[in-house]
Design a protein. Structure first.
Length: 284
């Protein structure tokens, strides 16, 4: 495993955050201002240099499990992804990635529905689930994208692991890669395919993966709820506040982890954003 590929870090010059605020019922809270927030880095207050509640386009990579276990639900998964691509907001772009034994990606990020449909039509249910390697490959694909970017991961199972010729990467490497990226990750783990009471989806992994980046996990039990989960991700992408700050602490070394905490001054509200970042030299 080439661990160099995991180094998705940010320059210490500016840190950009996409922040979702919800109430106790999980409903997005609009109408907040710059003064509504307090941003802490390693416990130290930061001064926001940028803030907007306006619409900001986002580039999304849909990474879809196409291993043999999704055979009976293939059509529903294709439909969910197609509807996601069809309903992109103005300025948004998407790309399809399919994984089983290996991962392959569509030709590029676009809002052209015919491109996405052509890719989805190549989807076949075969092979094993190399989930971890595929997520790292998707983060690699998104690394060069400027602006807001997200990864929607759909899987109906856990990685099969090296003993069954699955991923070479470990869970720890994938979580680390996610934390080092600037990608908001949404995980849809379909739990309804197996016999009653059984479940192959690794909920703790998918939950940590998404929440560490400010995203959300979904675990639909019915195939028709997969479409609802994809639609909910799409809504979530544009229910956010975007803000940035120049870190007050410039003394930390390259590769240091810095914790980020965003607080809302109004009580009873909950915040989702990425948990931190690794520093790197400004010239990188």
């Amino acid at each position: 495993m080439d661990k160099g590929r995991l180094r998705f870090a940010v320059s210490v010059e500016t840190v950009t955050l996409d922040v979702v605020v919800v109430d106790k019922k999980g409903r997005f809270v609009p109408g907040l201002t710059r003064e509504s927030f307090e941003v802490l880095e390693d416990g130290r207050p930061q001064e926001l240099s940028f803030f907007t509640a306006q619409f900001t386009p986002v580039t999304t990579l849909l990474l879809l499990d196409s291993s043999s276990s999704i055979r009976s639900n293939l059509s529903a998964i294709q439909t969910a992804a197609y509807l996601f691509a069809q309903n992109l907001s103005e300025g948004d772009k998407a790309r399809i990635g399919l994984f089983s034994d290996e991962v392959r990606f569509g030709v590029g990020y676009t809002d052209d529905i015919s491109v996405h449909l052509a890719m989805l039509n190549t989807m076949k249910s075969e092979g094993r689930t190399t989930l971890y390697d595929s997520i790292l490959a998707a983060l690699d694909e998104l690394e060069s994208i400027e602006g807001r970017k997200s990864l929607l991961v759909f899987t109906d199972g856990d990685d099969v692991g090296p003993a069954k010729r699955g991923s070479r990467a470990s869970i720890e490497e994938v979580i680390e890669g996610a934390k080092q990226s600037e990608v908001t990750i949404y995980a849809v783990g379909f739990t309804g395919w197996g016999p009653e009471g059984s479940e192959s989806v690794n909920r703790p992994f998918l939950t940590t993966l998404s929440e560490s980046t400010g995203g959300r996990p979904f675990f639909p039990k019915k195939v028709e709820d997969v479409k609802k989960a994809f639609a909910e991700v799409q809504k979530d992408l544009h229910r956010h506040y975007r803000m940035a700050y120049a870190p007050a602490n410039l003394s930390a070394g390259v590769g240091d982890w810095r914790n980020i905490e965003v607080k809302v001054k109004k009580p009873g509200l909950f915040v989702r954003t990425r948990q931190g970042y690794y520093t790197r030299a400004p010239s990188e």
